[in-house]
Design a protein around this ligand. Structure first.
Ligand SMILES: Cc1cc2nc3c(=O)[nH]c(=O)nc-3n(C[C@H](O)[C@H](O)[C@H](O)COP(=O)(O)O)c2cc1C
Length: 153
């Protein structure tokens, strides 16, 4: 089984990464830090140089479990993650069906943002026929998702 952690935080070792560590608890996985990559906004020309979107998409296609983490910025997901998700509109036929998706959200007062972020990720899952497994915003929820991650159904 392969696992990927798509981290939408600007901090590689911040709270979102910490919650990522709690869901994986040492399980092998590939971290993808969106802020380290160059992903164009949808509709922007990339010129001669390809951006990193297709590279990440290829990794997602090859994996079983996708953990998506984001901090809350201004009552929303991070721009890194939103830019990345918008680009899925370029690959609407991508073979992602059956992949399990777990959501991690970190914020100082994330309550207002959670319904919106959850809705976006659920909509993404519906379109691509991926299985939304749930959200964690704290250690105890991350622990529950960890058990889902290791108990394959
Ligand atoms: C630009 C910016 C905007 C933020 N806006 C919110 C917000 O609206 N609601 C919230 O709960 N936290 C907000 N925060 C706090 C972060 O979500 C919080 O510190 C989070 O744990 C950071 O995760 P990280 O350590 O992975 O970067 C904001 C932080 C930044 C930098």
């Amino acid at each position: 089984m392969t696992r990927i952690f798509v981290n939408g935080s600007m901090n590689f070792n911040g709270n979102t990464a910490r919650l990522g560590n709690e869901i994986f608890r040492g399980l092998e996985h590939t971290p993808i830090n969106l802020s380290k990559l160059h992903i164009n906004q949808i509709g922007q020309e990339s010129g001669q140089q390809q951006d990193d979107f297709q590279k990440v998409m290829k990794q997602l296609i090859m994996t079983d479990d996708i953990v998506i983490g984001t901090p809350v910025y201004w009552s929303s997901m991070s721009g890194y993650l939103k830019t990345f998700i918008d680009r899925f509109a370029d690959v609407l036929d991508a073979p992602l069906a059956g992949k399990r998706v777990y959501l991690l959200v970190q914020g100082t007062e994330p309550e207002d943002a959670i319904p919106y972020i959850t809705n976006v990720i659920r909509q993404l899952c519906r379109h691509f026929h991926m299985k939304y497994m749930g959200i964690a915003t704290n250690s105890s929820e991350a622990s529950k998702l960890h058990h889902l991650l290791i108990n394959k159904k």
